[in-house]
Design a protein around this ligand. Structure first.
Ligand code: SF4
Length: 394
């Protein structure tokens, strides 16, 4: 891509939730109608500023809870995107909470080209949903899934969480069985993380429960087995997809064997070191080697945009080697690892020269595997991917 080509990936952060979940460290706040209206106007201004440098193939509205915007607010955002020629992406995903899905909203989103929904399920056990502070019930999950299918969404991701305090293996297996029976196209599943400043972290600190690492590992193994049996292909540590549209690789997944057809193209672009614009409070962007971060404060974000300025708190130009190290680390999260030719094309560096010692160490530990065309983490290595990835940072 030449320096002047527009960026093909767009992330938008919607910083509102009905209430805060116990484990959540994302930037979001309990919603109020007026602030959401102000945010929508500010976001449209930010879209206008970025539009000349944007021709999105992938769009992802994350949060927060993007589905919390009402019909009128969504219509304003989508009409602005239409006016700015930002619609028509190959993949346009919106994250949704099962409690905020409706047939009208589903139809509106489909009409404007949204073609993928990522649904935050987390668990199908009523007591655990309560424990996590989720606002939806298990029944709402099934009902919303049905509404989305009827609205025409044929690409739906389910987010599940494991190693939740008090979750037993039997509960996890029951959730997995029910989730697999829903026949979604994609599955993302993360182990609970105890982030500073969350109620769950404080409860852990106060000794209200303990963490069982062995059980967490067994649950992860169970996840891989259940997903594989259900026809999913794992393509990243926490991500699984079907390959229904065989033979239809996208420009992002070109030359990357081991990536199923219904993998999230937007996320694959992140892991492959691609550029993207990040809009909305707290969003990070990465454009031609420069990383930006917007203010993680919705009032301040709106203030800035209302004055006609982007709401960027910090931007940093990474040196080519540092950037290549980060890109190496991201890409190793994927089962396909890094094909040497692709890595060189994206970064200008040869993985085998710059990181030869690290790759040898990882092979010696049984965490990595080098073949003629690529380096990838083994199944064991993927479990320790964060530690492995750190070795590549410069
Ligand atoms: S709905 Fe998602 S973003 Fe909102 S508080 Fe819960 S986990 Fe965080």
């Amino acid at each position: 891509m030449s320096a002047a080509s527009p960026i093909t990936s767009l992330y938008v952060h919607v910083p509102f939730c009905a209430q805060k979940c116990e484990y959540c460290a994302f930037y979001s706040e309990a919603s109020s109608g007026e602030l959401i209206n102000r945010y929508v106007a500010a976001l449209i201004r930010e879209l206008e500023m970025v539009a000349p440098d944007l021709k999105p193939k992938t769009i992802f509205f994350g949060g927060g809870t993007p589905s919390i915007l009402n019909l009128k607010q969504w219509e304003m955002v989508l009409k602005a995107m239409e006016r700015l020629h930002l619609l028509g992406a190959e993949e346009f995903t919106i994250e949704s909470n099962p409690a905020t899905v409706s047939a009208d909203k589903g139809k509106l989103l489909r009409d404007f080209g949204v073609n993928r929904i990522s649904m935050g399920v987390q668990s199908l056990d009523e007591a655990l949903l309560d424990r996590l502070g989720r606002i939806h019930s298990r029944e709402m999950v099934f009902k919303s899934f049905d509404i989305l299918r009827r609205a025409g969404f044929d690409n739906i991701n389910l987010d599940l969480m494991f190693a939740i305090p008090t979750q037993t293996m039997a509960i996890w297996q029951a959730t997995l069985n029910e989730a697999m029976a829903m026949q979604s196209e994609h599955l993302s599943s993360y182990e609970v993380i105890y982030e500073d400043d969350t109620p769950l972290f404080e409860q852990l600190q106060a000794g209200e429960f303990s963490v069982d690492e062995n059980l967490a590992c067994e649950m992860y193994e169970e996840l891989i087995a259940a997903a594989t049996n259900a026809g999913f292909q794992q393509y990243e540590i926490a991500n699984f997809a079907r390959d229904l549209r065989a033979g239809a690789p996208t420009t992002e997944t070109r030359n990357q064997t081991g990536i199923p057809g219904l993998a999230c193209r937007h996320n694959v672009n992140y892991w492959r070191g691609g550029s993207y614009h990040g809009l909305g409070p707290s969003a990070t962007g990465y454009v031609r080697g420069v990383r930006t971060k917007n203010w993680a404060n919705t009032q301040l974000y709106c203030d800035q945009l209302e004055k006609g300025r982007r709401a960027i708190e910090a931007s940093e130009e990474l040196s080519p080697l540092r950037r290549a190290g980060e890109i190496a680390a991201f890409g190793l999260r994927m089962n396909a690892g890094w094909p040497f030719a692709d890595f060189q094309q994206v970064t200008g560096f040869d993985l085998r020269q710059e990181w030869s010692a690290e790759m040898q160490q990882l092979e010696a530990r049984g965490w990595g595997k080098m073949t003629a065309d690529r380096f990838q983490l083994t199944r064991l290595g993927l479990r320790f991917a964060d530690a492995a990835a750190e070795m590549f940072l410069r």
